[in-house]
Every structure is written in C-alpha cells, then in structure tokens.
Design a protein around this ligand. Structure first.
Ligand SMILES: NCc1[nH]cc(CCC(=O)O)c1CC(=O)O
Length: 313
C-alpha cells in the first residue's frame, strides 16, 4: 500500500507500519494492516526495516540478549519514521520499554510447534539429525527422543526447511504459525500437541506496538485487540518474567481459556532433557498476570531456577 501523508491531520494521513523484510514479517504486518484498514477505513503503508537479527550470523542463543528483532523497529518508532510496528510476541523482551506500548494483541494463530520432514518424531531412526536453534525445543525434544542428534540452526524458515530438502537434516522444528504465514504448512509431518511440547510464551501471537505518547493511535489500534489472547499471553509472559528468563531459555508456557477459566501450564527443562519442572494452574483471566507469576514462583520453589542456570557455563 502507498499514499501521500496529508499534512498534520493525524485523523487522515496514511499510517506507516514498520516491518522486518522477511516473508513471515511482511505477511503478518500486511494482515494487520489490511484488518486495520477494513475496521477503521485508515490507509496503511508498509515500511521495510532491516534488523540486527536479520543480518547477524551469530547463533541467536549466543547473542546473550533478547529482542534482536525488536530493537530496530522500536528505534524507528521513537525516531518517528514509522507510526506503529507488528512484532511476533514471543520475540518481545518481557521487560517493558516505557517509550512504547502494546496497543493491541490480535487473535492468536496456531501456538504449536511443528516438525517439518519426511516422518513423525516417533518414526525417526536413532541418530537422525534434527535441526532447531531453540534450547526450549531441544530440551523438550530430548525428553521425547533422547536418541536423536539435535543440530543448532538459524536463518529464516526457508533456509531451515532447505536443510531437510537437501538431506543435511532429517527434520527441523519450527512454529506452526510462522509456517502458515509463509505458506509452508503443507510440509509439516507432525504438529506437536501443546501438552507434549510446550510452546514459547506468546508463540503464534502478535503484538501491535506504538509510541506511548501517541494517544490517538493507541485508541485507534485498540480495535485490533482480542482480550482472550491478551490474557493468555500475559499469563505466559508473567511466567517468563518471574523466572527472569529470556526468549532463548528452555521455558515453555501455554495458556488458554475455556470461556470462563484461564488454564496455564509451564515448564522449565534442563537442556540435556534429563530433568524438568512442570506445573499447571487455573484462574480468572482478569488475574492473568498473578496466575503466571504465582505459577513461576511455585516452579522456582521446585528448583526451576537451578535447571535454567545449568544451561550457561
Ligand atoms: N524466533 C523467531 C520466530 N519468531 C516468531 C516465529 C514464528 C511465529 C510465531 O511464533 O508467532 C519465529 C520462527 C519460529 O520459531 O519458527
């Protein structure tokens, strides 16, 4: 989409939506843009932004910090070059940035992890090589299949799937939502039930972010918010924040409501897959934050902190 900005009339000018340039990012940004235009009549223009996470060759888990995909978009927001941004919620650091607000959390896509390859996990042969760059996935996969070889990989989903096609790896594990967004979900051999492989907190959900002082836009973007998804991801992220873990920690969490009660399950798994702490709880969606925080506190009492500590040297 494109169009002329109309002076200072914030009620009319084209809104600039900053997006990473990957197919996954432009697809999810485009969907949010179209939905916003459909609901409000406001035209939206996509503005491509290159992020450090897109150009670095460093393995993500070695970057040490969270939010490598996020900071470049936030910088553009603060500089006023874009009006809002769409992030994969699981890439957002739990530490709030006072300069920005999450103005909306749209309805969640598929939260599950998926195996791309020629066979289901149970049907792979001992020693088969499975690619994933995520300690959370490796730790949980090792619990299910300790006899496979787990190979750290990075790059966009296309690159990762290419390693299966080329025969370098037997399978790779990716987020189902991302595969759907790039039109590769037909290549999935197995969707992991959330009970056997807990997703990353916020997986499959998006965050629509704008400047904290842009009250008119905050009000406009609220039309995209879905309270049920928001409650679920608030609970999941409260687990992560209370555990003081980042997006590369072996922490899984998933919450969903049954119409009344929010059910939350979370796990911390030692990276070698030999030990884990896993707990579930349920409560009022209006108290999602406390639900997540209290569950994490109970997990820490059962040794979750020690398990996470063992992933670093
Ligand atoms: N960390 C990269 C990332 N961030 C969001 C997604 C997928 C989409 C989502 O979970 O919303 C992915 C790729 C993956 O984990 O396979």
């Amino acid at each position: 989409m494109s169009g002329e900005a109309v002076g200072l009339d914030t009620g009319r000018r084209v809104l600039r939506l900053g997006t990473r340039r990957s197919l996954m990012a432009t697809t999810q940004s485009g969907q949010v843009a179209d939905r916003l235009t459909a609901l409000t009549g406001r035209p939206v223009e996509l503005v491509g932004v290159t992020t450090f996470g897109d150009v670095t060759k460093t393995h993500l888990a070695q970057l040490g910090g969270t939010g490598v995909f996020v900071s470049a978009l936030r910088d553009k927001l603060i500089e006023g070059e874009i009006d809002f941004a769409v992030h994969s919620l699981k890439d957002l650091p739990t530490k709030p940035d006072p300069r920005v607000v999450i103005a909306a959390i749209p309805p969640r896509d598929d939260a599950r992890d998926a195996l791309v390859g020629s066979a289901k996990l149970a049907d792979l042969a001992p020693g088969d090589r499975v690619g994933t760059g995520s300690p959370r996935r490796v730790a949980q996969l090792r619990m299910l299949r300790p006899d496979l070889e787990y190979v750290p990989i990075r790059g966009n989903a296309d690159t990762r799937i290419g390693k299966v096609t080329s025969g370098e790896l037997r399978a790779v594990v990716l987020a189902a939502a991302g595969l759907g967004r790039i039109g590769r979900d037909a290549e999935v051999a197995q969707f992991f039930d959330v009970a056997e492989m807990l997703p990353a907190p916020g997986q499959g959900a998006l965050a629509v972010e704008c400047r904290a002082d842009d009250t008119a836009l905050i009000e406009l973007l609220a039309v995209l918010d879905e309270p049920r998804t928001r409650a679920a991801v608030v609970a999941e992220r409260a687990v992560l924040a209370t555990l003081e873990a980042g997006c590369s920690a072996p922490v899984g969490a998933y919450a969903a409501d049954d119409g009344h009660i929010l059910n939350l399950t979370a796990t911390v798994v030692a990276i070698d897959g030999t030990r884990s702490v896993r707990k579930s709880t349920a409560g009022d969606p209006a108290a999602a934050m406390e639900l997540g925080r209290d569950l994490a506190t109970a997990m820490i009492a059962e040794g979750a902190g020690t398990l996470m500590g063992e992933r670093t040297h």
